[in-house]
Write a protein that binds this ligand. Structure first.
Ligand code: IDP
Ligand code: MG
Length: 171
């Protein structure tokens, strides 16, 4: 497998509002403008633990609980998100620039968040998409959301482990 530079990767999450509004295609089309490569993609049912770890930098904020519930899908009755890894030169800057500012009201109106986001009456910024903020966050988040075998390139060092696990197979 090619070994690709880790600082060029970013986690992208299409949040529950993006899925509920059928924006997956639009968002992926917008992100394709970057000419970056998708090196992993999957649907995820977000647990409270995953949401809390993902947003741990916000744990002291008054909106922390609402942001967890938002990512878990509780405000949209859609208990899933789409997680992807985009790889390539300046992946983070390119994707964050297309995503727009965190506050959808302040985001450039042609950005993804400016086009499709909103602030709810509860005060949650529903901004449709997550993009890692910097290479350190990207590495932490990618390792949190994906196993090495789910990524088609070697982004970070990994090791083989042998374990006996109970898993489901097709009947
Ligand atoms: P980012 O998503 O642009 O990196 P962060 O500060 O990491 O922004 O915040 C994570 C998420 O928490 C945001 O995308 C948004 O959904 C929510 N959020 C951030 N700040 C606020 C706020 O002041 N009020 C309500 N929700 C917020
Ligand atoms: Mg962030």
């Amino acid at each position: 497998m090619p070994n690709k530079s880790a600082d060029q990767a970013t986690l992208i999450v299409i949040k529950p509002d993006g899925l509920k509004k059928s924006l997956t295609g639009n968002i992926l089309t917008r992100l394709s403008e970057t000419k970056l490569e998708i090196v992993a993609a999957k649907m995820v049912r977000v647990s409270r633990e995953l949401a809390a770890e993902h947003y741990r930098h916000l744990q002291d904020k008054p909106f922390f609980e609402d942001v967890l519930r938002y990512l878990m899908g509780e405000f949209h009755d859609r208990y899933k998100v789409m997680a992807l890894i985009y790889w390539g030169e300046n992946a983070i800057t390119k994707c964050r620039s297309l995503a727009g500012a965190t506050n959808p009201e302040e985001a450039d109106s042609v950005s993804i968040r400016g086009s499709y986001g909103r602030i709810t009456t509860r005060g949650v910024y529903e901004n449709v998409v997550h993009v890692s903020a910097n290479p350190e966050d990207a590495q932490r988040e990618i390792k949190l959301w994906f196993n090495p075998d789910e990524v088609i390139v070697d982004l970070y060092p990994s090791k083989k482990v042998v374990e006996t696990v109970e898993k489901r197979e097709w009947v």
